[in-house]
Design a protein around this ligand. Structure first.
Ligand code: GAP
Length: 514
């Protein structure tokens, strides 16, 4: 674990050093859990968003996009349940004066049991080799069976407490499990209280009578309140989807792990409206589709898993998360929810407007059911960054830091470098840049030795480096160096466009999904 912590720290400082992510307001000592994206970060982020947007709107003829405002009528949040129920259970440690989410403390305790079990299993697998039977081992090894039983009992108790909103029971679990504050090391806990996560602000001057408005905690409600507009103006027929990318805000109390849990973040959400009774079929469809989208990036199939929810949100009748293996464990990156007709019905009730669909096949009107896919852009960014980072040992004892980013997502696709800054090589290199830049994010670099220039591009994940040398002037060829293999091949300038395009275009990724 300590080793993983070290790797994560290195990734965070790499993200800053190479212009991916900066602490917000850094020269004023920073603003907690708020981050800015730098020159390379914004490109990587935009490419992730483009991959999602195009997978939704180009590959599905029944999905369209919108861009709704962040400010919305405050009654929307009453109707959606966020004013009354968008809460986290908080607990304070009296000695350290630190505040924690009670549910997170318990989840971390569950993860500790899981770690212990996994370690025992790994040891036994090594001991028994080929003949190892994991299921049998978990049942028959006394010590391990005891840990499994403890974990299962805790899991059941925790799920029940969360479902019943039983705050006293959450506190009791923390005491019974002897969970200590990581700062003070004590068990001097306060009661557990509910805390609403929405940010409030005022709209209009006080003289006019200001109205309290909220910064949206999810983009989804902007889609629900535009359901009728899009259905009618787009003449959409069920099933159809509305996609949106935009900022969301939550006053997170436990804001840790870099851009994993932020107070201002971005979501990519899609609401898929279906006939009542068909929601489970589409829930299964979107579960499968979304995992395929993730896996097409090639970050490693073993790094993903589904996590079905024990406690369903107030609007859902089925929910699962797609979790990704971050350096700090498997964590939620995306949620897929079957939201029933809860939101549309609530908006119908609170607005007094009829929000229904007339189904020409059934010859009746009804409120559609909804399957939602909701992914955090920043968490996606973090998963791509973490799984791409490598400190690689090279022959001869040298090391390099390389980001093996999926090529279509890389901020810079190719860097063009004259071997030396004279003899007409810079001019030739500029000529190549001026041709490639219309199709690919292309860098020109002539500073420092060629080795240093390669390292700089490796560190930001540039898939290709093109070196212009004296031979280029004679025969119109250049060296094309690949980031991952570091292999160099001599290719004609005329072939560069095709060779690069085949590898870095978003099309190649999207085709894997079709
Ligand atoms: N509309 C449903 C919804 O908002 P959610 O599970 O609360 O569901 C969806 O959020 C996704 O948004 C999460 O899977 C996560 O990727 C991202 N997300 C949520 N809170 C976040 C935060 N504080 N910082 C960064 N990303 C967050």
């Amino acid at each position: 674990m300590a080793q993983q912590d070290d790797v994560f720290k290195k990734i965070v400082s790499h993200a800053k050093e190479y212009g991916f992510v900066f602490q917000s307001s850094e020269i004023y000592d920073g603003l907690s859990a708020v981050y800015d994206y730098g020159q390379n970060g914004v490109e990587l982020k935009n490419n992730i968003k483009r991959y999602w947007w195009e997978a939704m709107t180009l590959l599905h003829e029944n999905i369209v996009g919108i861009d709704s405002a962040i400010f919305m009528h405050p009654t929307i949040w009453k109707a959606s349940g966020h004013v009354d129920a968008f809460n986290d259970p908080l607990i304070d440690n009296r000695d350290s004066k630190k505040r924690y989410r009670a549910d997170v403390l318990i989840e971390e305790q569950l993860a500790k049991y899981d770690d212990k079990i996994a370690k025992e299993v790994a040891k036994a697998r090594k001991r028994f080799g080929e003949s190892f039977d994991e299921a049998m081992f978990l049942q028959t090894n006394g010590r391990v069976a005891e840990i499994v039983a403890k974990r299962d009992a805790l899991h059941e108790r925790f799920a029940a407490a969360m479902n019943d909103n039983n705050l006293d029971e959450l506190r009791q679990i923390i005491l019974d499990e002897e969970i200590v504050c990581p700062i003070s090391g004590t068990r001097n806990w306060t009661e557990v209280r509910q805390f609403n996560l929405m940010f409030k602000t005022e709209m209009g001057s006080t003289a006019d009578g200001a109205m309290t408005v909220y910064l949206r905690p999810e983009t989804a409600q902007g889609i629900f309140v535009n359901y009728l507009n899009v259905q009618k103006t787009g003449r959409m027929r069920l099933p159809f989807g509305i996609a949106q990318i935009g900022k969301a805000f939550r006053n997170e109390i436990v804001a840790r792990q870099f851009i994993f849990r932020m107070r201002e973040f971005e979501q990519m959400e899609m609401q898929f409206f279906v006939q009542p009774g068909r929601e489970m079929e589409y829930f299964a469809y979107w579960k499968e589709q979304r995992l395929r989208w993730h896996k097409a990036l090639g970050l490693g199939d073993e790094k993903y898993r589904y996590h079905d929810h024990d406690k369903l949100a107030h609007y859902a009748n089925a929910a699962t998360d797609i979790e990704f293996q971050m350096p700090f464990g498997f964590k939620e990156v995306e949620g897929i929810h079957s939201r029933t007709n809860f939101d549309l019905s609530q908006h119908e009730k609170y607005s007094g407007k009829k929000i229904q669909y007339f189904d020409p096949e059934r010859n009746e009107s009804y409120t559609p059911y909804v399957i939602e896919t909701s992914i955090g852009v920043d968490r996606m960014f973090l998963s791509v960054l973490c799984s791409s980072y490598e400190e690689q040992k090279l022959e001869g004892g040298d090391t390099r830091v390389v980001l093996h980013l999926p090529e279509a997502l890389a901020p810079v696709k190719c860097a063009v470098m004259p071997l030396v800054k004279k003899d007409g090589l810079p001019e030739k290199a500029r000529e190549i840049v001026n041709d490639l830049k219309f199709d690919f994010a292309t860098h020109y670099d002539e500073k420092d030795s060629i080795g240093k220039r390669y390292r700089r591009q490796d560190a930001i994940g540039t898939p290709f480096c093109i070196t212009v040398d004296h031979q280029t002037l004679e025969d119109g060829t250049v060296t094309l160096r690949e980031r991952d293999s570091m292999q160099q091949t001599r290719v004609a300038i005329a072939d560069l466009h095709r060779l690069i395009h085949d590898r870095v275009s978003l099309n190649s990724l999207l085709r894997k999904l079709a």
